[in-house]
Design a binder for this molecule. Structure first.
Ligand code: HEM
Length: 480
């Protein structure tokens, strides 16, 4: 492997790569660019700082103000996220970005403060508790399918639809049954925050000095304050009054105790962690579902097979938690969507100690990036990496550290099984009831701001196909 050019990479061609046999992707850059040009491109799409060679090599290094490395070598990744966890804390970028919204919660904390919170929160996401929350996901799937039916043969943006469906779930499992909870207000505050936070990160990822003004350091706006206030009130009330029925995430977190230190979360810690669950869990799951639907509309044969599985298991009812293990093909579609369009497409760490990764020297202060997007499309690790092939998940599984939509090691996503259960329940329910078709000329563009989103939306038409409906495969023009 030769020496990499020291300049950052960026991409001139903001257009999509369109090849009718593969789903949408963004052309990664093949030539090194100057810093300002890179910055401009990166502001539009973080993926444009990933060079194309990152899909063909195990490591890429460079210097843009700071020294940086992109790691695609599974053994080196294991070292970063598992074996030398303490030497590779989350980067300051990530922490500065998220702290205004979610304090020093599970997602951003390090060392002992992270460990006790993780131990206290772990039981919240136990298999039993996640399964108990499945009825809320089933209800959200039912409501989503009612909205789709109501839309008739109009084309719908399924990114928005899935954001609505997953917000239904996350607000019901965090502040369930709380009539005073201002759903729309909280939703707006989170959306605005995520949009703002995305702009800041690009500057920091590229290692620009601190004196360069950031576009919106003022992230602690009115919406955010309101969101925290609403959450605090709900927590205080719940702590005194309790709830009936199946415990939701707030009940479970209130009961959480670190078995080692016996520490329990106070109101501010509970609030920061609940908001973390909302920020980390809601949009990511919506993206997984929106990309899965895009892929099913892209490949009608896969969609037919998925529908056959869903209908044979479900008949005309919505999917439940008990169905999930009987829907392996639907699950493969979700796995494949998370491979091609991982919501957390670039994860970054700051090296604290001298080390060697993939034969490269790592110095304290270096930025170590795990470009999950390039890892999942790396030719050394995947056969025909840009192709949509859910069947690749039925045979031999890939190297564990070649597939990291949820990260790995002790800091692996705590909500992974919750998210997968939700995605399978909603996707199976919708595929059993509707045939989705793309709207010609409206392909989404994969753009990463804070997460990897389908820019332009996922525009599809849906035709009812459930038992009792007419299942026709005849083409019909969408009605925009
Ligand atoms: C498809 C959906 C999701 C994806 C792709 C995803 C992805 C990730 C990734 C990649 C990480 C590790 C980040 C890193 O190592 O820097 C992470 C951590 C985390 N996620 Fe998720 N996530 C999803 C859903 C959820 C849900 C539903 C929740 C909670 C309800 C959640 C809560 C968290 C928390 C609290 C952490 C921090 C864990 C720790 O550091 O101990 N996520 N997630």
């Amino acid at each position: 492997m030769g020496l990499d050019p020291p300049q950052p990479f960026a991409n001139d061609r903001s257009t999509l790569v369109t090849d009718t046999s593969i789903p949408v992707r963004v052309p990664l850059v093949t030539e090194p660019w100057g810093i300002l040009r890179s910055l401009q491109a990166a502001r539009r799409n973080v993926l444009s700082i990933i060079p194309d060679i990152a899909t063909r090599q195990p490591m890429v290094s460079g210097k843009t103000g700071k020294r940086w490395h992109m790691v695609m070598d599974p053994d080196a990744i294991r070292r970063v996220v598992l074996e030398r966890l303490e030497d590779y804390p989350k980067s300051d970028v990530t922490k500065n970005l998220l702290r205004p919204a979610i304090g020093n919660s599970l997602f951003v904390a390090e060392g002992a403060h992270w460990r006790w919170q993780r131990r206290a929160a772990a039981p919240v996401f136990s298999h039993r508790n996640v399964t108990n929350l499945a009825p809320i996901m089933t209800r959200a799937a039912e409501r989503s399918s009612e909205r789709i039916t109501a839309a008739g043969d109009r084309a719908v943006n399924y990114l928005d639809e899935m954001v609505t469906a997953t917000f239904d779930v996350i607000s019901d499992v965090t502040f369930s049954g709380d009539g005073s909870f201002d759903r729309d207000g909280v939703h707006r505050a989170i959306d605005a925050y995520i949009a703002d936070a995305g702009k800041v990160s690009l500057f920091d990822i590229l290692g620009l000095p601190d004196w360069i003004p950031r576009p919106s350091r003022v992230l602690s706006g009115k919406g955010l304050r309101e969101m925290k206030r609403v959450a605090d009130i709900a927590i205080e009330r719940r702590a005194h009054e309790g709830t009936e029925g199946i415990p939701d995430l707030l009940d479970l977190l209130l009961q959480g105790v670190d078995p080692e230190t016996k520490r329990q979360m106070n109101t501010a810690e509970l609030r920061d962690n609940l908001l973390t669950f909302i920020v980390a869990g809601h949009e990511t799951t919506a993206l997984t579902l929106a990309w899965s639907l895009y892929l099913c509309a892209f490949d009608q044969d896969v969609q037919d097979r998925a529908r056959a599985e869903a209908q044979s298991v479900l008949g005309d009812r919505a999917a439940t938690g008990a169905d999930v293990s009987n829907l392996p093909f639907i699950r493969s579609i979700v796995d494949e969507a998370l491979r091609l369009y991982p919501p957390a497409a670039l994860v970054s760490r700051t090296a604290l100690a001298h080390d060697t990764l993939g034969g490269r020297e790592i110095r304290p202060g270096d930025t170590v990036m795990l470009p999950i997007y390039a890892l999942h499309r790396n030719y050394l690790l995947w056969d025909d990496p840009d192709a949509f092939r859910p069947d690749r998940w039925t045979g031999t599984k890939p190297d564990r550290y070649a597939y990291l939509p949820f990260g790995d090691g002790p800091r692996i996503c705590i909500g992974a099984s919750f998210a997968l259960q939700e995605a399978v329940i909603i996707l199976a329910t919708l595929l059993a009831r509707f045939r989705f078709r793309p709207v010609p000329g409206r392909d989404p563009k994969p753009v990463m701001i804070l997460t990897l989103r389908p820019e332009g939306g996922v525009w599809l038409t849906a035709e009812p196909v459930g038992p009792g409906s007419r299942d026709t495969t005849a083409d019909h023009s969408p009605n925009l």
